[in-house]
Design a protein around this ligand. Structure first.
Ligand SMILES: [Fe+2]
Length: 345
């Protein structure tokens, strides 16, 4: 496995780049906006293709690099389903998996620091965000933080992992880079409490100043989505109503860009074809499935995904490749469901 831990000294943030092989797909966890050029250079140097960018939670101390990385690499942005960030391309919940070629991260919902805090688990290591830090825990006094929820996340989920499990947090201010579950059980001073009440008492009396960046970072991080407006301005967006009216016509090819797990969980628009978003580039070029479809007379390609982000990027890519009938369903399956559009499992 290719594994890199990168540090942003201004916010004390750790960012992780993971891939299973040189030349393969990569995933990044908790990127910082100011460091995006650095990540992109490293990704190029390691000959990787960034396909997913994940935030463990909505950060208050730095602006996320998710939007900039998506704009540069067309990667899929991933956050938890509770996140207030306006549009991310994929939302995950407890028990889901985040996959890139050769790697599968199990998703653990670990609220407490915020109500959208998640941890991501590989067989030998866990990315704990700000839930469990090295000899510390993330503060619980803003962004719907809750010390009792955090106690539950830590004691009933994270500390139940094997003692040898490596712990990679989202921050460290002392220079520690990695720990283990066993080490934190023994030596983390915040965890020397006898009860949830005692933990809540401890956390409610930390009296920490707000992060310097908080007033800037939180509003910026809530507005991650951008692509759909641009695509709509170019006339390449269908409303859910338009899409429903067109659905049964033989000149329409509906293309679902989501992953298999998302299709199974949320359902599929009847009659649609499946093409996971990362496979798009090979299908829109000459000889590709979509290229062939689009060259049939009057055939219209309609992409959709979970929230309309991946499909908006797909429309742009398809249009750039000369597939002039490509459009997408604005708002994706989420909007489709809200309008009671028909779905099959
Ligand atoms: Fe945080």
């Amino acid at each position: 496995m290719i594994f890199r831990q990168l540090f942003d000294s201004a916010s004390g943030t750790y960012t992780y780049i993971l891939a299973s092989r040189p030349g393969g797909e990569a995933l990044i966890i908790d990127p910082v906006l100011e460091k995006v050029e650095r990540y992109l250079r490293l990704i190029r140097e390691l000959d990787l293709k960034l396909v997913k960018a994940v935030d463990t939670h909505l950060h208050a101390d730095h602006i996320t690099g998710l939007g900039a990385l998506r704009d540069h690499t067309h990667c899929i942005t991933v956050m938890g389903e509770q996140s207030q960030a306006d549009v991310v391309s994929m939302r995950v919940a407890e028990g889901d998996r985040v996959e890139v070629e050769g790697l599968r991260l199990d998703v653990l919902y670990t609220p407490g620091h915020t109500d959208d805090s998640y941890s991501f688990l590989l067989p030998d290591r866990v990315f704990t965000g700000d839930t469990l830090l090295i000899r510390g825990t993330g503060r619980t006094d803003f962004q719907n933080g809750d010390p009792r929820a955090q106690f539950d996340s830590i004691f009933n989920k994270l500390l139940k992992l094997p003692d040898a499990m490596l712990v990679y947090p989202a921050h460290d201010y002392k220079g520690d880079t990695v720990s283990t579950i066993g080490e934190e059980k023994l030596f983390n001073p915040r965890l020397r409490v006898k009860s949830m009440d005692e933990y809540a008492e401890l956390m409610n009396n930390l009296k920490l100043p707000n992060p310097k960046m908080m007033d800037v970072a939180v509003p910026a991080n809530i507005r991650v989505g951008l692509h759909q407006d641009e695509v709509a301005r170019k006339g390449w967006a269908l409303s859910v109503g338009d899409a429903m009216a067109l659905r049964d016509r033989s000149d329409i090819a509906l293309i679902d860009l989501r992953e298999k797990s998302e299709r199974e969980k949320h359902g599929v628009i009847p009659g649609s074809l499946h093409l996971p978003y990362p496979q798009l580039p090979s299908e829109i070029g000459s000889g590709g499935m979509l290229y062939e479809l689009a060259s049939q007379p009057d055939k219209r390609i309609v992409f959709y995904c979970a929230f309309g982000e991946r499909s908006a990027m797909a429309v742009q890519a398809a249009q750039d490749a000369g597939l002039k009938t490509a459009c997408h369903i604005a708002g994706g399956i989420d909007a489709w469901k809200k309008a009671n559009g028909p779905l099959v499992q």
